[in-house]
Design a protein around this ligand. Structure first.
Ligand SMILES: CC(C)(COP(=O)(O)OP(=O)(O)OC[C@H]1O[C@@H](n2cnc3c(N)ncnc32)[C@H](O)[C@@H]1OP(=O)(O)O)[C@@H](O)C(=O)NCCC(=O)NCCS
Length: 130
């Protein structure tokens, strides 16, 4: 947990300027946390919160030096498997619009219009599990 929280702080707060109190939203205790590890170091993470039949994905972050190697795509697959195992029928997330293609390719569809969250443009996306 310590390592993945450090990574989230580096990526969201330091790199993207998200205020620390918005990054730490108090929901970590209720979530399943997925990580990618290389040589003992956490280099990517993603959080899955199960709310009835809906799995909320958030805090997807890959260390700056490890991007564009398919790690986020692999974490999305792992998150989907976790959601299915927990009985979810639907995945939802708020995508940063610049990264929308990542989710498009993983089978997510947009819902509604773009909006601002933590000072960053987002769009709601969802995927129904068959
Ligand atoms: C967004 C992020 C999680 C992507 O991680 P990644 O491991 O590099 O993603 P992948 O390698 O699985 O990318 C798969 C596809 O998603 C799209 N994609 C990924 N990063 C992108 C970017 N910066 N801009 C546009 N499209 C992007 C591309 O289509 C990419 O395929 P390609 O590399 O063949 O072009 C990573 O850049 C990150 O941690 N960014 C900072 C935090 C953040 O924005 N989190 C997402 C919140 S929604």
């Amino acid at each position: 947990m310590e390592q993945l929280l450090e990574l989230r702080y580096d990526v969201f707060c330091r790199e993207q300027g998200v205020p620390e109190h918005e990054e730490a939203d108090g929901r970590d205790h209720d979530a399943v946390h997925l990580v990618a590890v290389i040589g003992g170091d956490v280099i990517a993470t993603c959080r899955v919160l199960l709310v009835g039949p809906t799995a909320q994905l958030s805090r997807l972050a890959v260390a700056a030096g490890e991007r564009r190697r398919g790690i986020a795509t692999a974490l999305l697959e792992a998150a989907e498997a976790e959601a299915r195992a927990g009985g979810a029928r639907r995945l939802v997330l708020h995508a940063q619009t610049y990264a929308r293609e990542l989710y498009d390719r993983a089978g997510y569809r947009t819902r509604g219009r773009a909006f601002m969250e933590a000072g960053i443009e987002h769009i709601a996306m969802e995927k129904t599990l068959g």
